[in-house]
Design a protein around this ligand. Sequence first.
Ligand code: SF4
Length: 312
Amino acid sequence: MKERITPHLQRLIARGSTAIREQFKKKRGYVDRSDFDDDPLGEETRYSPVKGLVHKFGNRVLFKVSYRCAAHCRFCTRFRQIGTSDGDLSTEEMHKCMAYIAEHGEIDDVILSGGDPLYTPRDTKVILEELAKIPHVKVIRIGTRFPVHSPDSFKSKLVKDLLHAVRIVAKKKVMFVSIHVNHPDELAPNVIRAIRLIEKTRAILVCQTVFLKGVNNGVAVLEDLFKKLYHLRIRPYYIYHCDKAKGISRYVCSLKQERRIMTELRKRLSGLAYPMHVVDIPQGRGKVPVPLDFWNGNSRKVVDFDGTVVKI
Ligand code: SF4
């Protein structure tokens, strides 16, 4: 994956944000672990009925709009694809995706992903408008990191037009916008202004985060992040154990450390500010919640927030 960093992120790096630097700059002399997979979630090999779609779970389908993003996160699960034209969909391929969804009445929830759907606003607008016509599609979610990568692009006409389309579709369908944020440094003032524009569409805002070694694997930094998101009316939804994709092993934290952090955070944060910690099981078996350290084996004993063992 080529290094690609927007002027906005360059400014944050120049001001001294090591968290941003770690996520976007190539590391000199870095050698990746060789046993990680190119396609750890089995998206290409097992679950793609037509180009652009991943259909793993009965009622939900992932719609990959492209493999293009404003900036390239060096921990991306789709490391080998991001920034290439491999995921670009022709008009015919887009129609095939729509036909598949229209023919599968069990699909009520479509997740637009990529790449970043907001980076290709023209295509995403068309997809959104077509999905809005399918009666059994009740929920549409857009996963994006565009406000974090390129907040000033929200002034462009194409992005404004897309947000207008989201607003219209949100009157007919349940719309979610899931913003990917990993560190409080990412919530710069212009990013918050961009988020406010998304909020005006009336889409429900949630956040997804990835545990990243050297970026956010500490209690204080995540407490700060989740509180800030909560105060911005963004519900922290998932925090992922980093996928084991080829090229990104430097970011993978130990699950033991992640559990310790999440257990401590559970004591400090409201349930509404606290995301579910999950591991996306290799080869597409789903997002499995990681247990916290409050349960004492299979016994009916739990460890209370203050460390007291309580029988229930
Ligand atoms: S925005 Fe998402 S899809 Fe794009 S490089 Fe970053 S993690 Fe990957």
